[in-house]
Design a protein around this ligand. Structure first.
Ligand SMILES: [Zn+2]
Length: 168
């Protein structure tokens, strides 16, 4: 399998594509907060619809198979993102087209903005790497923003250390 494409917020969908996205979320989607984390998700039996959603949002989120209704014969697919940056991107694309009820949920997610302030200022990590999409990871527990270059460097250093101890 090819490596997953990184989130690319520069992809600019047309108004028609935005309308399609908004309708999809309005009819099938979930927007909300789970333990102060955004959750933007859609289930569907048609994998191609979720793939289109992913493409139009600049590769936001991940798609995986999921168990649906026991009575359902068809395989159910689940698309979801818990990333604040990705959730904001999806919401920004469709906000003006959503119903008031969905907009209220979207507003709750938008309140999470301060955490991303350093990214929106075009920040750099302590080693001077640009914290731009593609070089950003969220810490799995703290959800703080990490520089991917630095994370990988630390991982390599830890692995090297481990190898040394196992040889010794
Ligand atoms: Zn760095």
């Amino acid at each position: 399998m090819p490596p997953p494409k990184p989130f690319n917020p520069d992809y600019d969908p047309t108004d028609l594509e935005r309308g399609w996205l908004a309708g999809f979320f309005e009819g099938e989607g979930y927007l909300g907060l789970t333990q102060n984390r955004p959750r933007v998700a859609i289930n569907n039996t048609d994998l191609s619809l979720l793939e289109r959603l992913k493409r139009l949002t600049g590769n936001c989120g991940t798609i995986r198979p999921t168990k649906g209704n026991k009575l359902s014969v068809k395989q159910l697919w689940h698309w979801q993102t818990n990333s604040i940056a990705e959730a904001h991107h999806v919401i920004n694309l469709i906000y003006d087209l959503l119903s008031a009820r969905r907009q209220a949920k979207a507003d709750e997610i938008r309140m999470l903005k301060p955490r991303r302030a350093k990214l929106e200022r075009g920040g750099k990590c302590i080693n001077g790497h640009d914290l731009v999409p593609g070089n950003i990871e969220e810490h799995p527990k703290s959800h703080s923003i990490q520089c991917r270059i630095c994370v990988n460097t630390r991982r390599r250093a830890r692995r090297a250390e481990k190898n040394l101890t196992s040889v010794a």
